[in-house]
Design a protein around this ligand. Structure first.
Ligand code: SF4
Length: 89
């Protein structure tokens, strides 16, 4: 479920204080903050979380550059995972 990590907190580099995951995943007009992967990758399976709860387009919209190369890699992985899922489907 999408609320599964909501109560985890992290220090936000933009705000300088602690915020819950719930804030991070809704920051961007109800879509995740564009830094969500960088901030959370060592805490939770953020790629998996995004893949499970957002469409490819939503993820793309939410996570704009500057981390383009890294982002593209992650998006490719997500797309691949989706395809595998469909094939198994
Ligand atoms: S994901 Fe965004 S809102 Fe959340 S801690 Fe990182 S910079 Fe702050």
């Amino acid at each position: 479920m999408i609320e599964q990590y909501d109560s985890l907190v992290i220090r936000c580099p933009m705000l300088g204080g602690e915020v819950p995951f719930q804030y991070c995943r809704k920051l961007n007009e109800e879509l995740p903050c564009r830094k969500i992967i960088i901030c959370w990758e060592f805490r939770i399976e953020i790629g998996k979380f995004l893949n499970e709860h957002y469409s490819f387009n939503q993820i793309h919209q939410a996570l704009a550059p500057p981390n383009k190369t890294r982002l593209e890699t992650i998006l490719e992985l997500i797309e691949k995972a989706k395809k595998t899922k469909e094939e198994q489907g």
